[in-house]
Write a protein that binds this ligand. Structure first.
Ligand code: NI
Ligand code: MN
Length: 227
């Protein structure tokens, strides 16, 4: 079976492998672009990159309904357990762990991480997935940082990076990110959800494909690619 990566808009990804269903940053309720309802989404594992509401999203409700294991940094894991989430696995930046479906390592991200109730959410992260021989880098919310080059040295099949500007990298820095990461394919995310992060992904894609060797996959909410 191929790995199927569906974009539910914003930073929310649904990754289906032969062994598990992985859900990242499930901001569904209150997300004007979401193509699904929180009540219908499936998950065996949920990943939370940082504490902001547009990433924690529906994590608690989905985890309670599905029994999914939530993977996040140690501080967010503590908070989730206090909110009644039963299965939570803490990791932290630079650390990887082998799960039954593959491995995930937390990477740095330049951003904030306060939780919706103001609790301390540790440091934000990105996720580097190693699944069935493929490497998928989800940068999550971040500004440009030069260490993306180190992540790229691993040989990234797909990089998922923000282009929305204002809260994260905008199109110009996202182009520089692609040059540092050198992925085979890149998917732009974290744009158009709100007026303040409106972007033109097709124009960004044309620039990236002119200036780098990466193929840009512009998805519509609910759209997917397969590896
Ligand atoms: Ni954020
Ligand atoms: Mn965000």
């Amino acid at each position: 079976m191929k790995i199927k990566i569906t974009w539910y808009s914003h930073a929310c990804l649904f990754i289906e492998t032969s062994k598990a269903k992985l859900l990242v940053d499930p901001f569904i309720s209150g997300n004007p672009l979401s193509p699904i309802q929180a009540e219908e989404v499936a998950a065996d594992y949920i990943f939370v990159s940082h504490g902001h509401g547009d990433h924690v999203g529906d994590t608690i409700a989905i985890a309670k309904r599905t029994g999914a294991t939530v993977i996040s940094n140690f501080e967010i894991q503590n908070w989730l357990v206090n909110q009644g989430v039963e299965n939570a696995h803490p990791q932290h930046i630079g650390g990887g762990f082998d799960y039954p479906w593959g491995r995930v390592k937390l990477t740095i991200a330049q951003h904030g991480s306060a939780l919706p109730d103001g609790a301390y959410g540790g440091n934000p992260c990105g996720f580097l997935f190693y699944i069935e021989g493929k490497k998928i880098y989800h940068a999550c919310d971040t500004g440009l940082f030069y260490d993306m080059k180190l992540i790229g040295e691993e040989g990234i099949d797909v990089a998922i990076i923000p282009i929305g500007d204002n809260f994260t990298m905008g199109p110009d820095d996202a182009l520089r990110a692609v040059k540092l990461i050198e992925p085979d394919q890149v998917v732009p995310i974290h744009y158009d959800t709100f007026d303040i992060i409106k972007q033109d992904p097709q124009s960004w894609a044309a620039t990236v494909e002119r200036e780098t060797a990466a193929k840009v996959v512009v998805l519509k909410p609910g759209g997917f690619l397969e590896l």
